[in-house]
Design a protein around this ligand. Sequence first.
Ligand code: SF4
Length: 424
Amino acid sequence: MSLKRNLGLDILSEKYAYATDETTGYTSARKIPDNWVATSCGYCSVGCGMFVGVKDGRAVAVRGNPAHPVNSGTLCPKGLAEHYTLEAPDRVKYPLLRKNGKFTRISWNEALDAMAENFLAVQAKHGPEALGVISTGQLVTEEFYTLGKLVQLGFGTSNYDGNTTLCMSTAVSGYKRSFGSDGPPGAYEDLQKADVVFLIGANIAENHPILCQHLEANPRKTLIVADPRVTKTAMISDVFLPLKPRSDIALINGMIHVLIQAGMIDRDYIAHHTTGFEELAQAVRKYTPRYVSEITGLEEELILKVAFLYGNAKAAFIGWTMGVNHSTKGTETVNAINNLALITGNIGRDGASPFSITGQCNAMGTRESGFASSLPGYRKFENADDRRELAHLWGIPQERIPAADWPIPTLSRPRLRKRFARSG
Ligand code: SF4
């Protein structure tokens, strides 16, 4: 530290100077950029629109994009700190190759050559399916699509996944089991249009803060929150259900039971759009309010109250996140949620939807553009028409599109059989 600084004569006036920015107003002079670059927040799945302020080639500030429909110019604390990640000291900025046990910086050309060489060598020796690709939830959709195409056509394997199977596999499976596709049938706009919003295993006030703006913009709604913890979201609810951990299926089945008994179901919707209603009714017969109360720890009156609130709604929205998805019974819970929406016809209308709120900013990107369990556009590996259509769009022979059992039958099943025979 300089003598002037030690004596208090240097107050770092340049560093702490203030000035007026024409967009943001009176602010730290260091944070006034040369230009603002439009982008999206890379943290959570709300996908807020933002501008990054760039000065002398460095990101120095961020601000919300007022024209973006999701956040209308606001950002949560995570988004407001987004630009700091660009200069994090441990950020990886160049390709690194492990040489003699140590990471060494290499050029992009060297990196591409090394990857191509190693991928080809592995596939030449063990077959196309010996290669797998794990991506993330942070790419933009166009990148996901390109990566999926590279893996499925270039590498010739369907061994490709993003964060989807780590955090969202139960939502994927639950949607697929209920609807045959894992495209969520709702949207964030539904939060503003529903008259009942039921959040289960979702703490949006802390994890997806800007979604609370959508709730606030809907003063007519009743907010029901089911969570074993008194979260910040629970604190803003109209009805809080502090249920015991792992008792959410019982709660949903109990609501279904109550609504069937009370005749508060949409028989027309059930008849035209569902199968298996009688089996469901039979399966939930034992989930009386008393039985559900014993499992969940909730008062019987509370169970009846939320069932009637949901059943009387003109448009009811159920949102969930990892509290459901990461449960050991996550898929079944998603199915139970979908069942509740289906028997009341709360799907396919404004404000009415069972909706999995994802974690990462573009967790849906992998699912939409093709990965381990589907082809781009939610087309199915197991559907020949889907494969034919995609081959036509891509201008390639259909045989090059991975099928459900592809490429295992031709390449590795005999080896697997041999291995099992040996181990048996
Ligand atoms: S709500 Fe999510 S997307 Fe929006 S600023 Fe916060 S972290 Fe970013």
